[in-house]
Unconditional design. Structure first.
Length: 305
């Protein structure tokens, strides 16, 4: 074996994401990188390196390069002591694979993760005279162990719209309840058709939200759809309640509900807990407001009329 012509190989499953200025040094000396022969299929790059120093001391290899991608990044360590630091502008990583980072920081404008993986954790020899992997001459090849970072999208417009529909009963329920209170307390007769039309407008909000979100983004779509539906129901309630003051209450109720829903949709954690607490608070407030209403007397009066 000519150890002065050893190959230092870097495998890339998809070399199209590799940046233009990849840098690799061995014991402080920059190496000239060659395309191909990275591993099975020839994807990646390699460099000639003098391995005669290995009997005396370890070969310290440092590499730095940029990668572009939109799904995940994996590292298959092969060294005696692998130290891998990843910087990215993506704000929401998911760490998986066989090894997890020792230190990681997440947030805006991105994340940083640091790994340190020793060869004893890999369970394989440091040096081989053939190719590794399933095509090697080993009778029982060792499965590749990786450290993986996935770039996830925790909240996208479609998932936000899907989550928003699950809170649709809030808008219909509270709006109908407000109309019922005007009917019971204020004596304003509201027909079933008027309930149905206002409910249809509330349901239409989710259709408008999805349609606009595909064109102008979720935030702008939410503002536009909620303003349109709240304005429509406010104007219609002014006609059926015969009072703009009462309609203003309906409009304020819808505006508050849409504001609360937007906050819940923007949260990545504790959204269910906060939503449950808000529902409990709203129900407690409603029970307090209606605690003195004699519902039986109202039914008797309606039946007599």
């Amino acid at each position: 074996m000519d150890l002065s012509r050893a190959e230092l190989r870097f495998e890339l499953s998809d070399p199209r994401g590799l940046g233009a200025n990849a840098r690799v040094t061995a014991n402080g000396q920059p190496l000239r990188l060659q395309p191909g022969d990275g591993s099975r299929g020839g994807h990646g790059f390699f460099a000639w390196v003098d391995a005669n120093v290995l009997p005396a001391h370890p070969l310290a290899v440092e590499f730095a390069f940029d990668l572009r991608g939109n799904q995940s990044l994996s590292l298959a360590p092969q060294a005696g002591d692998t130290r891998w630091t990843v910087h990215s502008s993506w704000a929401s990583p998911s760490f998986a694979g066989d090894f997890l980072p020792g230190v990681h920081q997440e947030g805006r404008p991105g994340f940083e993760a640091s790994y340190r993986i020793g060869n004893l954790a890999l369970g394989r020899s440091l040096v081989s005279i053939g190719d590794s992997g399933p095509q090697s001459n080993q009778s029982q090849p060792i499965a590749t162990q990786t450290a993986q970072i996935s770039l996830i999208q925790p909240v996208d417009p479609y998932s936000q719209v899907n989550r928003a529909t699950k809170y649709g009963f809030l808008f219909i329920g509270f709006t109908f309840l407000a109309l019922l209170l005007f009917d019971v307390i204020g004596g304003v007769r509201i027909s079933a058709v008027e309930y149905l039309l206002m409910g249809a407008a509330l349901v239409l909000f989710f259709v408008l939200l999805l349609a606009f979100a595909e064109v102008i983004g979720f935030t702008a779509a939410y503002i536009l759809a909620s303003t349109a539906v709240a304005g429509l129901n406010t104007a219609y309630s002014a006609a059926i309640l015969a009072s703009w003051q009462r309609a203003g209450f309906i409009g304020a109720l819808l505006a508050g509900l849409y504001a609360v829903l937007y906050v819940l949709l923007s949260l990545e954690a504790y959204s269910l807990l906060i939503g449950a607490l808000l529902l409990f608070t709203a129900l407690a407030g409603l029970m307090y407001v209606t605690r003195r209403i004699d519902w039986g007397a109202r039914r008797d009066a309606v039946a007599a009329g």
